[in-house]
Design a protein around this ligand. Structure first.
Ligand SMILES: Nc1ncnc2c1ncn2[C@@H]1O[C@H](COP(=O)(O)OP(=O)(O)OP(=O)(O)O)[C@@H](O)[C@H]1O
Ligand SMILES: [Mg+2]
Length: 303
């Protein structure tokens, strides 16, 4: 694949989305993205569209930041000192305060004045994030904000700067979902191999069709293609798991691509928000490598 350089391909914008909650969307976004940035040399922008902001919490812990907002208090890192860019000395680990977040983007009104630094935090040379915030939830009722993310990416020419833009979506259907889909070139559906999650996949398919139909103007110069379903094994290995996957592939009627490789179970993941598979000595790292290979291949496969 073409890496960032002069004359590089524009970034591919990918939503990680499933209307079903707790299927591994955030964890897959974080671990696949982090792997691609640290081991494959891609430059990645993460966008945390979920007001739960779990993705942000993981990256902030990993890189030593805390969010400066009363509504985003992370009990383990944020203490009383909340001056801009203050160093928090009240915990064992010093963390840097940041008020950069997606909140500025989802305010009603014009966003044409917004610059990269208003919403994007560069964590290192390869990894940047538009942090999520609980505050953004309050603007959810405002209509006419769905196009803000799309416009922001265009006006700041972000596609020229990154190889991938990964959007972690919330599990509900909202302005955020629309916002993510109209901005994306592709979407990936993390799913558990069970009947309800499969219904979620079918529902998502309908949502994508509806968004494309109702927001045609955004799809004049780009498509929104499914890269496929990635099964996330949120329960320890079992034979039943693979039987379920076979059954799902057999019974589903939509023309859906299922990734051969899965995002496998790793018992450390639920224990520590700042745990990243690629930095660990875990066996699941090898599984992540083959999943990343398959992810890279998908673009040439689907054209
Ligand atoms: N590969 C994995 N192995 C073990 N546990 C995992 C794995 N992936 C995710 N989990 C755990 O499963 C739970 C749900 O994962 P995650 O938050 O990524 O799902 P989600 O789809 O983003 O949820 P939501 O819909 O609430 O945004 C979390 O506790 C997470 O730590
Ligand atoms: Mg999530």
């Amino acid at each position: 694949m073409t890496h960032i350089e002069n004359g590089k391909e524009p970034a591919k914008v990918i939503s990680f989305i499933n209307m079903k909650g707790g299927v591994g969307k955030t964890t897959l976004t974080k671990d696949l993205g982090y792997f691609l940035a640290t081991k494959r040399d891609y430059k990645i922008l993460f966008i945390d569209l979920d007001p739960q902001s779990n993705l942000t919490q993981s990256f902030f812990r990993k890189y030593g930041y805390h969010q400066e907002s009363l509504l985003d208090i992370d009990e383990n890192t944020v203490e009383e000192d909340s001056n801009e860019n203050s160093i928090n000395n009240n915990t064992n680990k010093k963390t840097i305060g940041s008020d950069i977040s997606i909140q500025k983007l989802f305010k009603p009104g014009k966003i044409s004045h917004l610059k990269k630094d208003d919403c994007i935090l560069a964590l290192d040379e390869k990894i940047s994030i538009i942090p999520g915030t609980l505050k953004a939830i309050f603007s959810e009722r405002n209509s006419n904000i769905e196009n803000h993310l799309f416009n922001y990416i265009n006006q700041t020419k972000l596609k020229n700067e990154f190889d991938f833009i990964f959007i972690d979506c919330p599990p509900t259907y909202s302005n955020y979902t629309i916002s993510a889909l109209i901005t994306s070139d592709y979407y990936i559906t993390p799913s558990k191999p069970d009947a309800y999650s499969v219904l979620g996949i079918e529902m998502l398919n309908e949502v994508v069709c509806r968004v494309k139909e109702e927001h045609q103007v955004y799809f004049e110069n780009k498509d929104l293609k499914s890269l496929g379903v990635i099964f996330t094994e949120l329960a320890p290995y079992s034979k039943g798991y693979y039987d379920q996957i076979k059954e799902i592939k057999k019974t589903q009627t939509l023309n859906i691509h299922f990734f051969e490789n899965h995002f496998v179970y790793n018992s450390y993941i639920p224990k520590r928000a700042e745990y990243f598979i690629s930095d660990s000595g875990s066996n699941t790292k090898n599984e992540l490598i083959v999943l990343a290979d398959e992810f890279e291949r998908r673009f040439s496969e689907i054209g």
